[in-house]
Design a protein around this ligand. Structure first.
Ligand code: NAP
Length: 474
C-alpha cells in the first residue's frame, strides 16, 4: 500500500516481496507510478504551510513519540527486517536501535535550529539570519538498511519542518510500511509524510524531479543512480544530498596488534554480509605482520556460519538477490584467475536448503592486485580482499586511488601516524582502531563519488534548512 495524505491506498496492481533466505513470498505491495507520485507531492505541498509553522516543540513531540513507539516495537521490527532483508536477527536489532536513535536525536535537535545576528557596517542597519524549512523533500532509500535509512532522512526533515515524499527500495517496502505506521499512529498530520512504492522506480523519480514543488532530493543508493538523479535535480536547481557507494580501504600498520586488527576486519567486512556502504573493500596490511593477520582473518571467516538470520549462530545472511550473488562470483573468479589466493570460501552455498536463497560463502582473498576488478569495483558481498604493502609513504596514495570517498579504517598504535594518515585520507568517515565510526549524533557521508551532504549530527539538519538573510534599517 502507498501512504498518501494520511491514508493507506491500494493500487490497481501490486508486486511481490520475497525472503532472500528462502525465496518465499512474504507480502505484496501496491505498485505505483507517476500518478501516485504526483498525488503524494500534492499532499506534501498542501501540508507544508501548516507543518513548517508548527513550533519546534510540537515537531519534537511527534518525533519523540515516534521514537517511543519504535522502541516499543523493536523486536517486531527486527523480525520483519530479518524476514524481508535477511540480516541475522542480532544485526536487525542493532539496526532498529540505530534507526530509533535518529528519531530521538532529531526530537532534541529540532529545538536548536538557531539563527544569528551579524553586525553591519552601517549604523542604521542590522542583519538577521533565519533558517527555514526547505519545502517538500523527495527521499529515495535503499534496501540494505531498510529502517535506519528512512529515519536518517525523516528525523531531520521533520525536525526542520519539511514535508516528505518517499520511495523505499522495492526489495524492502514492508519495513518502510512499518516505519510509516509508527508515524501514522503518533498522529503526524495528513500529508506531512507520504510513501509511494514502485517496482519500476524511474516514473516516480521522474515525477518528483520534474515537479517544481519538490525543493530537495535526498538519495541513498548506488553512485550510478545517484549521478543520474543528481544530474536531473540540477536542471531545476533542487537542493541535493547523496549518500552513495563506497570502496573503503582498511589499513593495518606494522605496529598494530595483527590479531586484534584481524578480528576488527572480520567483524566490519562481514557486517550485513558485506552489503554495507562502509564495508572495507581493500584490506592493506604491512608485510611484517601480514602472515599473522591473514591467518587469523581466514580462521575467523572460515568459522562463520551462513543461513537464515533466525538460526542461532548464523552471522552471514543471504545476499539480496541473484544478480548480487553473480556479481560476487564474477569478482572472485576474476581475482583468482589473475593470481589471487583463495584462503577460504569462494563458492555459492547451496546445500542444506540454502539453494532456495541467495547465499555466497564468506571469502578471504590474499595477494589481490590493482588489475583485479575487486580492487576498484564495490563488491557489496562477503569477500575480504587482502593486499600486502611495504611503505608508509605510498599507502596513502594507494588508499586514495579510488573514485569513492566514503569510509576508511586504519589500525596503528602510533599516534603521530594515526593523525597524519587520518588527515591524508580523502574519505568522509575515518575509523582509527575503530570499526563502527557511526552514530545518530555524528555526521555520516562521503566525498568524491561517494556523495555530498551529511546525515546525522547537527549538520544533518542543515541539509533540510534554507538560510535567509534579513537586512533591516533601523
Ligand atoms: P540503487 O540501485 O541505487 O537503488 C537505491 C534506490 O534508488 C532504490 O529505492 C531504487 O529503487 C531507486 N532507484 C533506482 N533507479 C532509480 C531511478 N531511475 N529513479 C528513481 N529511483 C531509482 O542502490 P541499492 O542497490 O538499493 O543500494 C546499494 C547501494 O547503496 C550501494 O552502492 C551502497 O554503497 C549504497 N548505500 C550507501 C549508503 C550511504 O550512506 N552512503 C548507505 C546504504 C547504501 P528500486 O529499489 O525500485 O530499484
Amino acid at each position: 500500500m502507498h501512504y498518501i495524505n494520511g491514508s493507506w491506498i491500494d493500487g490497481s496492481s501490486d508486486f511481490a516481496v520475497t525472503n532472500p533466505a528462502t525465496g518465499e513470498e512474504v507480502g505484496r505491495v501496491a505498485d505505483g507510478g507517476a500518478a501516485e507520485a504526483t498525488q503524494a507531492v500534492d499532499a506534501a505541498d498542501a501540508a507544508f504551510q501548516s507543518w513548517s509553522t508548527t513550533t519546534a516543540y510540537q515537531r519534537s513531540e511527534k518525533l519523540y513519540a515516534a521514537w517511543e513507539l519504535m522502541t516499543e516495537r523493536h523486536e517486531d521490527l527486527a523480525k520483519l527486517m530479518t524476514t524481508e532483508q535477511g540480516k541475522p536477527i542480532r544485526a536487525a536489532r542493532n539496526e532498529v536501535k540505530y534507526a530509533a536513535d535518529f528519531l530521538l536525536w532529531y526530537a532534541e535537535e529540532a529545538k536548536r535550529i538557531y539563527g544569528e545576528t551579524i553586525p553591519s557596517g552601517r549604523p542604521d542597519q542590522r542583519f538577521l539570519v533565519m533558517r527555514q524549512a526547505i519545502g517538500v523533500v523527495a527521499a529515495i532509500t535503499p534496501w540494505n538498511y531498510p529502517v535506519s535509512m528512512l529515519t536518517r532522512k525523516l528525523g531531520p526533515a521533520l525536525a526542520a519542518g519539511c514535508t516528505v515524499v518517499l520511495k523505499p527500495a522495492e526489495q524492502t517496502p514492508l519495513c518502510a510500511k512499518a516505519v510509516f505506521e509508527i508515524f501514522d499512529e503518533v498522529g503526524l498530520p495528513p500529508g506531512v509524510i507520504n510513501m509511494v512504492n514502485a517496482s519500476d522506480p524511474a516514473p516516480v523519480g521522474d515525477a518528483w524531479l520534474n515537479d517544481d514543488r519538490v525543493r530537495k532530493l535526498t538519495f541513498t543508493g548506488s553512485t550510478e543512480v545517484g549521478k543520474l538523479l543528481g544530474g536531473r535535480a540540477a536542471t531545476n536547481v533542487k537542493r541535493v544530498s547523496m549518500e552513495l557507494g563506497g570502496h573503503a580501504p582498511f589499513i593495518v600498520f606494522d605496529d598494530a596488534d595483527p590479531v586484534h586488527a584481524a578480528k576488527g576486519a572480520s567483524l566490519v567486512k562481514f557486517l550485513n554480509t558485506g552489503q554495507a556502504c562502509i564495508s572495507p573493500n581493500r584490506i592493506y596490511v604491512q608485510r611484517s605482520i601480514a602472515e599473522e593477520f591473514v591467518t587469523t582473518l581466514a580462521e575467523r571467516v572460515a568459522k562463520m556460519q551462513a543461513g537464515s538470520g533466525f538460526t542461532d549462530g548464523v552471522s552471514i545472511g543471504p545476499l539480496v538477490d541473484e544478480p548480487s550473488v553473480a556479481k560476487v562470483e564474477r569478482q572472485v573468479n576474476d581475482a583468482v584467475e589473475k593470481g589471487a589466493r583463495l584462503l577460504t570460501g569462494g563458492q555459492r552455498l547451496t546445500s542444506d536448503g540454502l539453494d532456495r536463497g541467495h547465499f555466497y560463502a564468506p571469502t578471504v582473498l590474499a595477494d589481490v592486485t590493482p588489475e583485479m576488478t575487486i580492487h576498484s569495483e564495490e563488491t557489496f558481498g562477503p569477500v575480504a580482499p587482502v593486499i600486502i604493502f611495504d611503505d608508509e609513504e605510498d599507502i596513502l596514495a594507494k588508499a586514495n586511488d579510488t573514485a569513492y570517498g566514503l569510509a576508511a579504517y586504519l589500525y596503528t598504535r602510533d599516534i603521530s601516524r594515526a593523525w597524519k594518515i587520518a588527515e591524508g585520507l580523502r574519505f568522509g568517515i575515518i575509523g582509527i582502531n575503530d570499526i563502527n565510526p557511526t552514530s545518530a549524533a555524528a555526521p555520516f557521508g562521503g566525498v568524491k563519488e561517494s556523495g555530498m551532504g551529511r546525515e546525522g549530527g547537527h549538520v544533518g539538519l542543515d541539509e533540510y534548512l534554507d538560510t535567509k538573510l534579513v537586512g533591516w534599517s533601523v
